[in-house]
Ligand binder design. Structure first.
Ligand code: H79
Length: 456
C-alpha cells in the first residue's frame, strides 16, 4: 500500500492537482471510517476546557503560520518530499535559516490589525525540525541554525503581552527521525534505515517535545496535530498523549487534522481547506460534530509554507467571503500566512489581511461571538446569530428582494448593519422577504440585522 502511494504521490506538483490520489484517499477514508469514533464518551473535559472551547468559538478568526527551515527554499513546506531530498541533503537547510527581520511584535500586531483573535504556528512540520528549543534532539532551531534563538518563545511572550492565544501546530508525521518507523504513505525517499522504534518515537520523543511545549511557553491555547493521516491504521497512543496534554494544561484544546471523525479527548474538529462537511478537498470527512467547536483552515494564496512562485492570491473580498461562510457554517476560519525566511510576512499577504481587518472593524458584530444562523446557507450567502439578532450576510445576490426560508418566531425589525438604516421586510408562513440595501461598489457583504423574537 505504501509503495503504491509512493508512486502515486511522486509528483512535485503537490497534492492539489493529484485527482487520482484524492480518489485513492477517498476510498481509503471509506475503508478506514470509524463509525463509533464520534463520541467523547471516555473523556470529560475540565470546566476550564469547556470555557476555552467557548472562547475559541467566539474568536471566529485566527492566523495560521507555516514557518520553518523549508521557508529558505521558497517552495512550500513539502519540499523535502517533493524534491525527494535525503536527510543528509535536507540537513544543509538549517544552515541558511537566519531570520534577521523576525519581530514577534510585528506578527502579533498584524494578526490583531487583521481582526484575528488567535495564532496557530508550526512548532514542527513534517520535516520534524523543532522551531523551538527542544532538549529531545539536536534537530532544532537553536542547535542547528545560525539564528540560535527560539522564535516560539519570543512569539509566546509577545502573545501573552498582547493577550492573544497561541496554539502550536505539531506534526505527528516525521520525515527525518528514523524512529518514525514503520513508515506510512510518505517519507520513503529520505534515505533512512529500514528500522526504527515506533514506541520510542511516540512515548519518549513526541510526548517529550509536547511536554516541553506545554511547560516552557506559559499558558497556550492548545495543540493542533497534523499528519496522522500518514498512518491512519497505526496505534498512535493517542489516549496517553491526549491525557498528558490535558493534565499539563487542562484548558489547552486538542485539535487534530486527521480528516476523520473526532476521537475521544479532542476538543475541536478542524477541516483543511474546507467548510465543515463539504469535503470539496476530497480528503476530509463529511461528518460534522454537533458537540465540538468547528474550524476551517485555508490559505491566502495556494500555499502553506512560503512559496515564491505562487501568485494565486485571493482578493480581500474572497477572503471576507471565506470568513463569513465559515461563520455561517458555525465554524472558525484559520487563515494561513507563510512568512519569508528573513522573518517578514510578504506585503501581498499583509495588504489583504489588513483589508479583512478593515472590514471586520465595521462588520465584526456579525462575526465575533456568533454561531451559525437558523437559515440554511445558500449560494446567495449565510446567516449568523447572536442573542436576539440574526445577521443575514448577502454575498452574491443581485436582485432587490431576497426571500429567506421560514424562521420560527417573529422578526420585529430589519436594519442595514453598515448604517443602521431600517429595511422593509415581510414575514409569513412561507418565510421572510427582505428589500436589500443597494450594493455599494466592491462591497464584499451586505449585512442585514434582523431583530428576532424567538418562540418560547
Ligand atoms: O500543514 C499543511 C500541509 O502541509 C498539511 N496540512 C496543512 C495544514 C498537508 N499535508 N498534506 N496535505 C495537507 C494534503 C493531504 C493529503 C492527503 Fe492523503 C490526502 C492526506 C490524506 C489524503 C496521502 C494520501 C496521504 C494519505 C492519503
Amino acid at each position: 500500500m505504501a509503495g503504491l502511494a509512493r508512486i502515486a504521490l511522486a509528483s512535485s506538483a503537490g497534492f492539489r492537482t493529484l485527482k487520482p490520489v484524492l480518489l485513492l484517499c477517498l476510498l481509503a477514508a471509506l475503508v478506514l471510517a470509524e463509525p463509533n469514533a464520534v463520541g467523547q464518551s471516555d473523556y470529560t473535559p475540565a470546566p476550564e476546557n469547556l470555557k476555552a472551547r467557548k472562547e475559541f468559538q467566539d474568536a471566529r478568526f485566527g492566523m495560521f503560520i507555516h514557518w520553518g527551515v523549508y521557508s529558505v527554499l521558497g517552495a512550500g513546506e513539502w519540499v523535502f518530499r517533493d524534491r525527494k531530498l535525503t536527510v543528509d541533503e535536507y540537513n544543509h537547510l538549517p544552515l541558511f535559516f537566519d531570520p534577521e527581520k523576525f519581530d514577534a511584535k510585528v506578527w502579533v500586531d498584524l494578526a490583531k490589525a487583521s481582526g484575528m483573535k488567535y495564532i496557530t504556528i508550526t512548532s514542527r512540520h513534517h520535516d520534524g525540525f523543532a522551531m523551538f528549543d527542544s532538549k529531545l534532539s539536536d534537530w532544532t532551531v537553536v542547535k542547528r541554525t545560525p539564528y540560535k534563538r527560539d522564535p516560539l518563545k519570543m512569539l509566546a511572550d509577545e502573545c501573552h503581552r498582547q493577550g492573544i492565544k497561541l496554539f502550536f501546530y505539531y506534526s505527528q508525521l516525521d520525515w527525518h527521525n528514523p524512529d518514525y518507523y514503520p513508515r506510512g504513505w510518505t517519507g520513503w525517499d529520505s534515505g533512512r534505515p529500514n528500522a526504527g522504534n515506533w514506541d520510542r518515537y511516540l512515548d519518549e520523543y513526541m510526548d517529550g517535545q509536547l511536554s516541553e511545549l506545554l511547560s516552557n511557553y506559559g499558558p497556550i491555547g492548545g495543540i493542533w496535530f497534523d499528519g496522522m493521516w500518514d498512518k491512519p491504521d497505526a496505534d498512535w497512543h493517542l489516549s496517553k498523549t491526549y491525557a498528558l496534554i490535558h493534565q499539563l494544561q487542562p484548558a489547552a484544546l486538542i485539535i487534530s487534522n486527521h480528516h476523520q471523525t473526532p476521537k475521544p479527548g479532542e476538543d475541536v474538529q478542524t477541516f483543511e481547506r474546507d467548510l465543515p462537511g463539504h469535503n470539496s478537498a476530497g480528503f476530509n470527512t463529511q461528518y460534522i460534530s454537533n458537540q465540538l467547536p468547528l474550524e476551517s483552515s485555508d490559505t491566502v494564496n495556494e500555499s502553506w509554507g512560503f512559496n515564491i512562485g505562487d501568485d494565486k492570491y485571493k482578493s480581500p473580498e474572497e477572503l471576507v467571503h471565506r470568513l463569513v461562510r465559515a461563520a455561517g457554517n458555525n465554524s472558525n476560519l484559520l487563515l494561513n500566512v507563510g512568512p519569508m525566511p528573513n522573518g517578514e510576512i510578504q506585503p501581498e499577504f499583509v495588504s489583504r489581511l489588513l483589508a479583512v481587518g478593515q472590514w471586520l472593524s465595521k462588520y465584526g458584530d456579525s462575526i465575533y461571538g456568533t454561531r451559525g444562523g437558523p437559515i440554511p446557507a445558500g449560494d446567495w450567502g449565510v446567516t449568523t446569530r447572536k442573542e436576539n439578532k440574526i445577521y443575514v450576510h448577502v454575498l452574491d445576490w443581485a436582485a432587490p428582494l431576497l426571500a429567506l426560508a421560514p424562521i420560527p418566531g417573529t422578526i420585529t425589525a430589519a436594519n442595514s448593519l453598515a448604517d443602521g438604516s431600517p429595511l422593509e421586510f415581510t414575514q409569513n408562513a412561507n418565510g421572510v422577504i427582505l428589500r436589500l440595501p443597494q450594493a455599494q461598489n466592491h462591497e464584499a457583504d451586505r449585512v442585514v440585522v434582523l431583530t428576532w423574537q424567538k418562540p418560547n
